[in-house]
Every structure is written in structure tokens, then in C-alpha cells.
Design a protein around this ligand. Structure first.
Ligand SMILES: Cc1ncc(COP(=O)(O)O)c(C=O)c1O
Length: 389
């Protein structure tokens, strides 16, 4: 198998879990239970236990995908059309798509200089302007690439201003903060099980997590919201979507969850190898590497470095011809998308750090199926390209 083939995580993960996938299909075929049944209930229980932090199955709702999980989180938080939701502009566009689906306004904040997570100072600044802006209801903390946001400070800030804290954990399944999993700190959290994610379904899947302090009425409301707004008698009593995690996906995800910690360890080990190979070139080659914090540990959904923007295209092109699929997550910050620029109040403030990241980020291949030799090969290739440029 070539390095390029080992970079195809969705394919390798499917093959690795072929038996668990076949077993899941068999279970559903045998039981005839295809929707919201034992598989989903079991996975909600397993996922809550895996997250820890005092959560139980009632706090976890398997939903159709991560974007739905974010939308339902905002609706549960009481975000109304026309209200503001603070979000880092440098995120996967899906985060912002969810805000728009609620009819709310994304209030973009910049990221920390050189780090792909929202800047606390910028959040404070936007909140302080709240008299003149749409009423701000919630903050979405995106743990991009698997890096953790500063959850202690965000929790304190949101409490102080009565804002809902929603964690976007789509890229950070397996990231720990202060000894606890991310997704256990916010009022709500959204996970994605899209096939490239650390915990991957055989298609789409997501999880809405509701904080353990939530009242029983909110938990019931969220469950109704997943299914048309129906009560037990199938009477619609509130807003509702159709966002169900399929039984097949749920059984598959439960099967894979048992190994997830090992898979995260493999990601972390390979990231450490990259660091060993690349750290001595940081000054000389003008690159930066992802850092770990004092009180959190990275799950390395992506291994993203920054390079000189003038050299990025050349690195991508040379990688493509050498069979090394470098990638860019993401070439545009969300406020730079044309659809957002057309929205009323599209860009409220300059976001220089987000724009700089969009110009300079480069993802190196990383998944648990790569070998140490692959990491060495990529590192050598990167070095040789940078040395020639
Ligand atoms: C940061 C982030 N948020 C939300 C999502 C949305 O997840 P999904 O694709 O499952 O809807 C993604 C997935 O790409 C993501 O990376």
C-alpha cells in the first residue's frame, strides 16, 4: 500500500472495522429495528459513559449529523431569529451554516494570534458592545483540529454574562481539558461522526450533548425537537426537526468507540514524531507547529502547521506529484465566503489573525493508519521543498 493510500482514512477505517460494520447491519436486519431503537439508546449510553463528567444517556442524543447537533443546541439554548451568536470566523463553514439555519446572526470574532481557537479578549469585546449589536445569546467554542479552547475562562465569561456556552466538538472527539473530555464543559456540545472524523460513521451521524445541569424539561424538549416536535402521543407541541441517527450507524459507532482511546493515542504518537522531525526547522524554514497546552491534550483530528503563504501552493503541487496529499483546512475564514459577505452585517470587524491562518495553514497527513516511516517521508519531503523555495 502506498502512502497516498494510507492517507485515505475513511476507506482504511471501513476496512479495519469491516466485521463491526457487517455485525451492525446483521443486527438491524435481524431485528427489523431501523430507527431510534436499541442501537441508538445503547450508543447514547456508551458515549455518555465514554465522555464521563457525570453525564448519562439522557444527556446524549444521537442525531443526523454535527450541523444538526449545533442547530438543535442553539434552539435548546433559546437562540431566536435575529439574535447574535458569537463564533470564531476561522472554523469549518458548517458551524456558521448552523447559525444561519436558526435565523440568528453570526457575530464573528478573531482567533488567538497563531492559534485556531477563538480569542477570549475578542469575545469580551463583542459582548461589551452588546447594547448596540443584536442581542447576544450564545458563544460557540470550536475546538478546531482537535485543539481545546480555554474552557475555564469561557465558562466563567458565559456565566458572568448569562450566555449559553456551546462547544463545537466536531473535530475534537478525544480532546481532554483539565482532566475532562471536551463536550462536558458547555451547556451544550455538538459532535460529528462524519467519515473523516476521529470517531467515524459509515456516512453521516452526530451527537447533541446537553450539560448535566439541565432540567428534565429541557432534556425532554430536546428529544421532541429531534423528532418533529412530537410528544408521546405524536402530537406536535413545539418546533421540531427530523434528525435521527440511524440504527446501523449507532451500532457501528458503539463498536468503534471501544477502540477510540487507542486510535487517539496513535494520532498523538504520530504527531509527536512530526514534532521530533520538524521542530529543529521551525526558525530556519519559517513554519509553526501545533502546540499542546499546559492543561489540555490534543486529539489531532488534523495536524496543521503554518507556512509562508507565498510557498503554500508550491508545497501542495509538489506534494501532489510525490503522492503526498497535503491539504488546506481552510483557505477561507467564514467571513470571507461570498454568501456571508452578502448577509446584512456580514463582516463587523477586521479579523486579521483569521485571515492570516487562512493564507498560511497546511495540513500534513495524519491518521492512525499511518506509520512512523510515513511521517518521516512527509517530513523529509516538506523539508526538501522548503529548502528549494
Ligand atoms: C468544526 C465543525 N463543525 C461542524 C461540523 C459539521 O458536522 P457534519 O458534517 O457532521 O454536519 C464539522 C464537520 O465538518 C466541523 O468540522
Amino acid at each position: 500500500m502506498t502512502l497516498r493510500e494510507r492517507c485515505n482514512f475513511p476507506l482504511l477505517d471501513c476496512r479495519h472495522y469491516r466485521q463491526a460494520i457487517n455485525d451492525a447491519v446483521e443486527k438491524v436486519v435481524d431485528s427489523g429495528q431501523t430507527i431510534l431503537s436499541d442501537g441508538v439508546r445503547g450508543f447514547e449510553e456508551d458515549f455518555a459513559a465514554w465522555l464521563g463528567g457525570g453525564l448519562s444517556a439522557e444527556h446524549c442524543l444521537g442525531v443526523g449529523n454535527g450541523t444538526d447537533a449545533l442547530e438543535l443546541a442553539m434552539r435548546c439554548a433559546g437562540v431566536e431569529p435575529g439574535e447574535g451568536v458569537i463564533v470564531p470566523s476561522f472554523t469549518a463553514y458548517a458551524t456558521v451554516a448552523a447559525i444561519l439555519r436558526v435565523g440568528a446572526h453570526p457575530i464573528f470574532v478573531d482567533v488567538e494570534p497563531g492559534r485556531p481557537v477563538l480569542s477570549l479578549m475578542e469575545v469580551e469585546r463583542r459582548v461589551a458592545e452588546k447594547e448596540t449589536s443584536p442581542r447576544i445569546r450564545a458563544v460557540i467554542a470550536v475546538h478546531l483540529y482537535g485543539e481545546a479552547c480555554d474552557l475555564h475562562s469561557l465558562r466563567e465569561l458565559c456565566n458572568r454574562h448569562s450566555l449559553a456556552l456551546i462547544e463545537d466538538c466536531a473535530q475534537a472527539t478525544g480532546t481532554m481539558y483539565a482532566g475532562h473530555s471536551i463536550g462536558t464543559w458547555g451547556d451544550f456540545a455538538a459532535f460529528s461522526f462524519y467519515p473523516t472524523k476521529n470517531l467515524a460513521a459509515l456516512g453521516d451521524g452526530g451527537m447533541l450533548v446537553i450539560g448535566k445541569q439541565a432540567e428534565a424539561s429541557l432534556l425532554a424538549k430536546a428529544r421532541r425537537m429531534r423528532l418533529y416536535g412530537w410528544n408521546d402521543r405524536r402530537e406536535a407541541v413545539q418546533f421540531g426537526a427530523n434528525s435521527r441517527l440511524d440504527e446501523v450507524q449507532a451500532w457501528i459507532l458503539s463498536g468503534k468507540l471501544a477502540d477510540l482511546d487507542e486510535k487517539i493515542k496513535a494520532r498523538r504518537r504520530l504527531a509527536q514524531k512530526y514534532r521530533e522531525h520538524l521542530s529543529s526547522w521551525v526558525g530556519e524554514m519559517g513554519i509553526t507547529l501545533p502546540e499542546e497546552g499546559m492543561n489540555w491534550s490534543h486529539s489531532y483530528h488534523l495536524y496543521v502547521i503554518t507556512v509562508d503563504p507565498a510557498k503554500r501552493q508550491e508545497i501542495l503541487a509538489k506534494g501532489a506529484s510525490a503522492g503526498i496529499p497535503y491539504a488546506v483546512h481552510y483557505p477561507l475564514a467564514c467571513h470571507q465566503h461570498s454568501y456571508i459577505a452578502q448577509q446584512p452585517g456580514g463582516l463587523q470587524h477586521p479579523l486579521p489573525h483569521s485571515e492570516r491562518l487562512a493564507d498560511s495553514v497546511l495540513s500534513l497527513p495524519l491518521n492512525p493508519y499511518l506509520t512512523d516511516e510515513d511521517v518521516h517521508t512527509v517530513s523529509r519531503h516538506l523539508h526538501s521543498v522548503l529548502a528549494d523555495l
